[in-house]
Design a binder for this molecule. Structure first.
Ligand SMILES: Cc1cc2nc3c(=O)[nH]c(=O)nc-3n(C[C@H](O)[C@H](O)[C@H](O)COP(=O)(O)O)c2cc1C
Length: 194
């Protein structure tokens, strides 16, 4: 029996799609596991890229098991392919989804920095990019973060609006990662019908 989350997901749009899931070092990282699971149950082939901060907060093994694919964390890990992993991932992606996205990774993207695998995949891919920010409300409303978001929007990056409410840090306001089912639904929307 399906739960409510997977029932409302337009699985016909996700089926067979290759999704690179970028996971950053936010306290909301645990919600990315539910998101990965929803995408896989929708029929998507998910490959996860974790930043080193994310991998400090949560084990890559969780994503490896849920997605049945290896997880990329370090750019310098020995791989069998001649092709750098970030280029393989960029070519593989029908969509790049970053959830949760930190202020730091959003700044990397906006400024064209390429210091980790996720930032390199962002720069190298031609696939649509959907970013779901999660951070303290003062961080989220900071002009530097908002300017980076504006820059990325102007370059065609789509954003999932963070939710309002009580944050893990104790603050109240906007910045909580959107519900994983809503992020999965907006990911499916990237692919249109058919
Ligand atoms: C426990 C903990 C929780 C954090 N949560 C967030 C968060 O929700 N959002 C955010 O932007 N940064 C958060 N940070 C700070 C980031 O981890 C830090 O800026 C890091 O450099 C982000 O790296 P990344 O973008 O490569 O993942 C948190 C740090 C810690 C230690």
């Amino acid at each position: 029996m399906q739960n409510q989350n997977s029932e409302s997901l337009p699985t016909e749009r996700l089926a067979g799609k290759n999704i690179v899931l970028g996971v950053c070092g936010s306290i909301a990282v645990y919600k990315a596991a539910e998101l990965a699971s929803l995408l896989v149950r929708g029929g998507a082939n998910v490959r996860t890229v974790m930043t080193e901060s994310a991998a400090k907060l949560m084990s890559p093994r969780i994503f490896q098991t849920l997605t049945r694919n290896d997880v990329s964390v370090c750019m310098w890990k020995e791989v069998e392919s001649w092709k750098p992993e970030h280029i393989s991932l960029a070519d593989f992606a029908d969509a790049l989804l970053v959830a949760p996205a930190t202020a730091n990774t959003i700044a990397n993207f906006a400024n064209g920095l390429a210091g980790d695998t996720l930032a390199c995949v962002y720069l190298a891919t031609k696939a649509p990019v959907l970013v779901a920010p999660a951070m303290n409300s003062n961080m989220y409303s900071h002009p530097a973060v908002q300017a980076n978001i504006d820059t990325l929007r102007k370059r065609g990056v789509r954003f999932v609006q963070p939710a309002c409410g009580r944050l893990a840090c104790g603050a109240e306001g906007v910045g909580r990662l959107a519900d994983p089912a809503e992020i999965a639904r907006q990911t499916a929307e990237l692919f249109g019908v058919g």
